[in-house]
Unconditional design. Structure first.
Length: 68
């Protein structure tokens, strides 16, 4: 069974701000758990994927791209 998480309701205690990616737009910040590793998918790929999805007729809800 899958669990749907609303990011605005998830506890963010223990998360630390990572240094801003120099290739990212100004103000785009990255967060990860203290023991976590930075995401491996570049933000440019995530943006391209979201632009492709914006052209699709999808049901209302959240989309989580685990590769991002």
């Amino acid at each position: 069974m899958h669990t749907v998480l609303d990011p605005s309701l998830v506890d963010d205690e223990g998360l630390t701000e990572q240094a801003q990616d120099k290739t990212a737009p100004r103000g785009m910040l990255f967060y990860h758990a203290k023991d976590g590793q930075p995401l491996s998918t570049p933000w440019q790929v995530a943006t391209a994927r979201s632009m492709m999805l914006s052209q699709c007729d999808l049901a209302e809800g959240l989309i989580v791209d685990c590769a991002c």
